[in-house]
Design a protein around this ligand. Structure first.
Ligand code: ADP
Ligand code: MG
Length: 342
């Protein structure tokens, strides 16, 4: 069980070329990741996500701040201690980074060879790992004989070989099709639930965050601009960056262009109603409208699961007598999060 405490971490790179300005890749980032948590770091390209991950596994050294993995401060550790500490931190990559000339079993065994584990124990451990990731029958295959999803499973088995407390994933599903992506995410969920391993994953895909993360940090320009439980961040994003990400994963409100088309097709009043666990439920909304003789057309949106809870927005066309519709909107506005669109 491993907690990761990132406090006030900064990373600056010298500018490329003479007189070029310094690059601040990571700027005063603090993230407290509980033992056994799946924490997603999300942001656009250039936000500083990969740099953050390289700082956590000590591949790069911080310019300021501290990074505690368990009790060890990665930021101030010497190279030799760091090599030992890395067995505590597994890592998987977007393009898998497997050895092409080694078999699946040899790839998975590699960290154990480096750690000096005896042959018999190594064999046993590799068999156990391959069965855990569902590749028990692929031990003798070579990476090029595997699908993308299978390659990433090998990557995960290899990352788990030394029994790490933390697993880092850099865009681990970005090179996979959506279905294979879901399989790999399910395996990561199992790694977390069955083995209690803390997972830090960076991604630009909000769908990844929605389906497996407990908490999320949004990075922008090297800074952590938003942080919290996935549900809270999705349900009430506070920055424009987060809002744009959320819109890619959730059925939210129609964009202005879509709204214009809806307006041409639908004569009634268009309103957006937010549904969330613990909020008003749909039957109450529809009954309130029906009681006033207001007809309802669902024209956009939906409800989905975020961090294990329901959340979504529906755009409704309200049809009926103008005054009744006004009263209906007023009544709903008291009970729920309602926005009149046109
Ligand atoms: N080794 C480096 N030298 C100089 N600048 C770098 C280096 N690595 C990353 N950067 C810069 O730091 C910023 C953050 O990069 P990165 O961490 O790769 O972002 P992300 O993974 O979110 O796309 C970018 O502006 C990038 O150009
Ligand atoms: Mg990156």
């Amino acid at each position: 069980m491993t907690r990761v405490q990132i406090s006030g971490v900064g990373k600056r790179y010298p500018g490329r070329g003479k007189g070029a300005a310094e690059v601040v890749a990571v700027d005063d980032v603090s993230i407290d990741i509980a033992s056994g948590e799946i924490h997603a770091i999300i942001g656009y390209s250039g936000a500083g996500k990969s740099t953050m991950l390289r700082l956590i596994n000590g591949l790069e050294r911080v310019s300021s701040g501290s990074i505690l993995v368990g009790d060890s401060d990665i930021a101030t550790m010497g190279e030799r201690e760091l090599r030992r500490e890395r067995t505590e931190i597994g890592m998987i990559f977007q393009h898998f980074n497997l050895f092409r000339s080694k078999t699946v079993a040899q790839n998975v065994a590699y960290p154990l060879v480096v750690a000096g584990v005896a042959t018999a124990e190594r064999r046993e451990r590799v068999a156990e790992l391959l069965s855990f990731v569902g590749l028990g029958d692929k031990a003798r295959a070579f990476p090029e004989q595997l699908s993308g999803g299978q390659k990433q499973r090998v990557g995960i088995a290899r990352a788990l070989a030394t029994n790490p407390g933390v697993l880092l994933a850099d865009e681990a599903t970005s090179a996979l099709d959506p279905e294979t992506s879901q399989e790999v995410l399910a395996l990561l969920k199992k790694v977390n639930a069955d083995l209690g391993i803390t997972i830090i994953l960076i991604t630009h895909e909000m769908e990844v965050v929605r389906s497996i993360a407990h908490r999320v940090t949004v990075m922008d320009g090297g800074k952590a601009v938003e942080q919290g439980d996935v549900f809270d961040v999705f349900a009430s994003p506070k920055t424009e960056t987060t809002r744009r990400f959320v819109a890619t994963a959730l059925p939210t409100q129609p964009d202005p262009e879509h709204l214009r088309r809806l307006q041409q097709k639908h004569r009634g009043k268009l309103v957006s109603v937010t549904f969330r666990d613990g909020g008003v439920d749909q039957p109450v909304v529809f009954r309130t409208l029906a009681e006033r003789g207001i007809g309802v057309n669902i024209v956009h949106g939906g409800v989905t699961e975020v961090g294990g809870r329901s959340f979504g927005k529906l755009t409704l066309e309200l049809i009926g007598d103008e005054l009744q519709v006004e009263h209906g909107i007023a009544a709903l506005g008291q009970q729920t999060d309602l926005e009149v669109l046109v």
